[in-house]
Write a protein that binds this ligand. Sequence first.
Ligand SMILES: Cc1cc2nc3c(=O)[nH]c(=O)nc-3n(C[C@H](O)[C@H](O)[C@H](O)COP(=O)(O)O)c2cc1C
Length: 372
Amino acid sequence: MSTRAAQALARPFTLGSAELPNRIVMAPMTRAFSPHGVPGDDVAAYYGRRAAAGTGLIITEGTYVDHPSAGDIGKAPRFHGEDSLEGWRRVVGAVHAEGGTIMPQLWHVGIQRVAGKPPYPEAPSVGPSGVALDGTEGAGEALTSADIDRIVEAFAEAAAQAERIGFDGVELHGAHGYLIDQFLWERTNRRTDAYGGDAASRTRFAADIVRAVRERVSPDFPVLFRFSQWKADNYDAKLATTPDELQEVLGPIASAGVTAFHASGRRYWEPEFPDHDSTLNIGGWARKVTGKPVVTVGSVGLDAVFGPETFQGSGAGVQSIEGLLERFERDEFDLVAVGRALLADPEWARKVLTGRESELVPFTKDSVRTLH
Ligand SMILES: Cc1cc2nc3c(=O)[nH]c(=O)nc-3n(C[C@H](O)[C@H](O)[C@H](O)COP(=O)(O)O)c2cc1C
């Protein structure tokens, strides 16, 4: 007899040209186990293990596009250069061999880059206006329009390479206060050219990237766009305070050619706009205002929320997913991403789908310190 979880989550889903075996997605999680930016066999085995245990779609850790200021973690994987791309090709092979699907998360950290850090220590920190997430001016350089064109091209080239080496789609990291999100957010985008001003103008950089990516990949190649209200170190930040404002932000990005949105919330059961007489979370609202498929995420299967303590290995116990299943049964979203619970337990999907929740492993220090 199939479990309630299996009825909700074991159904396949079509995302453009990708046929996902079920609704369970591994959330993108930076691990920094790729020396010189090259993912090795251990990284391939790590993702392959999760595919083998029934994770339908893997979104990889954020991986840097080809721009010197894109990142600041030496061992985070890059998405350019022969060695890195060859490493990624092997990761794709390991996941496909187990019947899974996989998309890289393409990343540029923007003004969050800490000066002097690898992989290119001399590269400046750059953002739409040189303004830091806390509003400090002059924290880095404001991008010129030539820089913007170069970064748009870097995302497009990465997407083209992703399709070439066999990935099933790409995810653009437009969340958490990184570069694309810095353009979307009023506090960090003070530009007076076509990339700044009102909410619609602030979406231009994101929409340009989506359009440039679309031009370089096959028509059905899935392009996911991850966004969030919250920013690193600022969990109360908001891009949109009403459904109409959310529509203003996501509408132009959707029209540019996004296949699906990945709505990054921290607790999936939180109503996003409680004044609007609805219990929909940010994912449910994203689906409602754009009509696109949506991935939800946030504390699935765990009793403590994601935050900076997570990286010090602050633990979280196993929690029931009944509330999530109810939302699936109400058809609020299409897919669910699981972060820390899947780090702790590579077998999370199989256990949940076969009614073995009592065997799930809690999230502990070791979950983040090792690549298992
Ligand atoms: C170790 C770790 C690294 C993360 N790195 C990324 C990342 O590279 N890109 C991203 O969009 N989110 C990243 N996140 C956020 C997760 O994708 C996810 O949204 C968050 O952990 C909430 O889901 P959870 O409650 O199921 O863990 C990271 C989270 C963790 C725990």
